[in-house]
Design a protein around this ligand. Structure first.
Ligand code: AMP
Length: 243
């Protein structure tokens, strides 16, 4: 956990320890580029629970050439959503891993009402499982466009740069590894627009679903990373308090 998140959270909660809340399943929601992946990594450090990113799991399947990867590859390249049945099955397998016992951070799932209903049903059937709490990260459209189209990754150490906001010292080269930076195939403006369309049509109803259930909070994503993370932590702790 970053020290700023730690100290800020202590100030907010007045606690000596990092957190005594059992986090349970936490769902990070938000449009492409709001920083779900970045925030998930902060929360992993804070609660010591895994990040489950369906985008990362799907990309790994594509890279390995599995049956799922072959089915998903073209769909992902167009910025469309992979069918619920395939994604649900992949998540079900991941949730069987023992590291999910105290909780986990779902990053990029559920993205449709069908996936949300599947997840809620699965958790309701497990007596010991806490229900999902959902936190939506808000960032305005033009800012998202710059974040997505400017994003470059180091293929070796996975450091994420942005050509507009966090450029490397030498153009196109990782500061740490000296490797040539790469752009995700779906981080172009054209594919971004399709991903935003899919978000508005299919994922916005998921936000409304969890809002209606009262297990929902919104945080402003246009702030320094530790401040956003502290906002998510306090939202989750509030949502986990007994009614
Ligand atoms: P992400 O890295 O979360 O932006 O996901 C990259 C791509 O993977 C998306 O544009 C979709 O094609 C696919 N994908 C990731 N998560 C899901 C999901 N929950 N349901 C369907 N498709 C998904």
């Amino acid at each position: 956990m970053s020290s700023s998140l730690s100290s800020e959270t202590r100030v907010e909660s007045g606690r000596e320890t990092e957190s005594d809340t059992v986090p349970g399943p936490i769902l990070l929601l938000g449009a492409p580029g709001v920083g779900k992946g970045t925030q998930a990594k902060e929360l992993v450090k804070y609660w010591n629970i895994p990040q489950i990113s369906t985008g990362d799991l799907l990309r790994a399947n594509v890279a390995e050439g599995t049956k799922l990867g072959i089915a998903a590859k073209e769909i992902m390249a167009r910025g469309e959503l992979v069918p619920d049945s395939l994604v649900d099955e992949m998540v079900a397998a991941r949730l069987l891993e023992p590291d999910t016992a105290r909780g986990y951070i779902l990053d990029g799932f559920p993205r449709t009402l069908g996936q949300a209903n599947w997840l809620d049903g699965r958790l309701a059937a497990q007596i010991e499982a806490l229900p999902v709490v959902a936190v939506s990260i808000q960032v305005v459209y033009n800012q998202l466009l710059r974040r997505i189209t400017g994003r470059r990754n180091c293929p070796v150490c996975q450091t994420i740069y942005n050509v507009y906001m966090r450029p490397p010292q030498r153009e196109g080269i990782c500061d740490v590894e000296g490797a040539e930076l790469v752009q995700r195939a779906d981080d172009t403006e054209e594919v971004f627009k399709e991903r935003m369309r899919a978000y508005e049509a299919l994922t916005r109803p998921v936000v409304e679903h969890y809002r209606a259930l009262g297990r929902f909070a919104e945080v402003d994503g246009d702030r320094p990373i530790p401040e956003i993370a502290a906002g998510i932590v306090s939202a989750v702790e509030r949502l986990r308090q007994p009614a």
